[in-house]
Design a protein around this ligand. Sequence first.
Ligand code: UDX
Length: 453
Amino acid sequence: MSTAHALLEATMTAPAPRLTVIGTGYLGATHAICMAVLGFDVLGVDVDPAKIERLSSGEVPFFEPGLPELLAKALDSGRLRFTTSFEEAGEFGDVHFICVGTPQRKGSNAADLTYVDSAVEELATHLRRRALVVGKSTVPVGTAARLTELVQRVAPAGTEVELAWNPEFLREGYAVDDTLRPDRLVFGTDSAWAEEQLRAAFEPIITQGTPVVVTDLATAELVKVAANSFLATKISYINAMAEVCEVAGADVTGLAEALAYDDRIGGRFLKPGLGFGGGCLPKDIRAFAHRAEELGVGQAVAFLREVDGINLRRRARTVDLVRELAGGELAGARVTALGAAFKPNSDDIRDAPALDVAMTLHRLGAHVTVTDPAATENAQRAFPELTYDTDAISAAGGADVVVLLTEWSQFREIDPEAMGAVVAQRRIVDGRHALEPAEWRAAGWEYRALGRP
Ligand code: UDX
């Protein structure tokens, strides 16, 4: 028996529940691996056999710092296995975590619940004894109540199976730390038994002193979209200020710095620039607004449309700045795009502002070469019409304009002289306020950034 498991057994008052994790994407794979490292017996489940094979052989199918090492450790301990069989999951688990995606529905702002519904239904058909199904996916409020009915109707064990909601707040790039040391745990439950199961499943994390908020299903569902809406609003707020700065001749970076010293405001998520993207914030605020309209309270979150609009305008403004630096005409201009991922330390290109800008420049006739330390392969698959390079300096060869779109540390550290030696024109748009303007200007670069004179 390994130390983690022995420790867990020693601290638990009841036997540790056996866990399954349905869906092994960014959220599910991280959750499964971390829970096994904490000492639980975990079975990861996915409908994609290729993903299951890669995880079983010790390979994390996406970029996430620290996770490959923990996967190796978890597999070595013998406490983590992966399968495509829901039947096996039903037999094995006491607590089943649903971690499948809820992307934006095609042609609508609503969340697409196909994966959640089918995962829950498929699992339920194999639940023959008392068990807890725990939703972690981000869903429209009211989903958990609907799924409770579904589970209890379909499961052979009927009302012996209960449902709870446990929203997940992990950030890509910090997923391991956010999972092992979360700010808080939120348990949406219908019964004392469900709460007990959740407390048992998170015992090692609760023991660290992590605050637990126990609430009802609807509140737990709302916590997640409310949190993401707040974060998106904060980013768009400072980006709205950047728009004002641009016409007033003011500097949004100084403005943001001054605001951040006010504890009530704080500096986190107050970084102006190209704005937010990724697999969560954009689709979550849209789905929330959509759901609120369905519930007849659309006006309460109507501001989220504005938050979305401000965010998208930053992308358009970045394209404008590149055009200005290119002399007013993008057709034929050679542009080097530094960054493809939606943020640094990630290979995720879902709704990536960087690629949105790169594709718009391409459509307007520019020759765009993209480089990114981790996301090039994903970007190439999604946008084969763009040109790619593995290295920033070589990507910049012959460029008329360089545009920084994702603030990787590799790009922050670029030597303006070294890059200046290979470009056709020393002109740069800093879409993320990642560079030191004085340094670049001293090296003869024309430097432009959003919200700065
Ligand atoms: C987000 C939430 O932070 C997390 O709690 C939730 O579970 C999932 O959604 P993530 O999508 O990984 O996490 O990215 P995050 O670090 O929040 O960044 C989101 C986007 O906002 C990125 O595109 C980032 O570049 C942008 N951003 C962030 C800004 O433009 N300015 C900021 O100040 C902060």
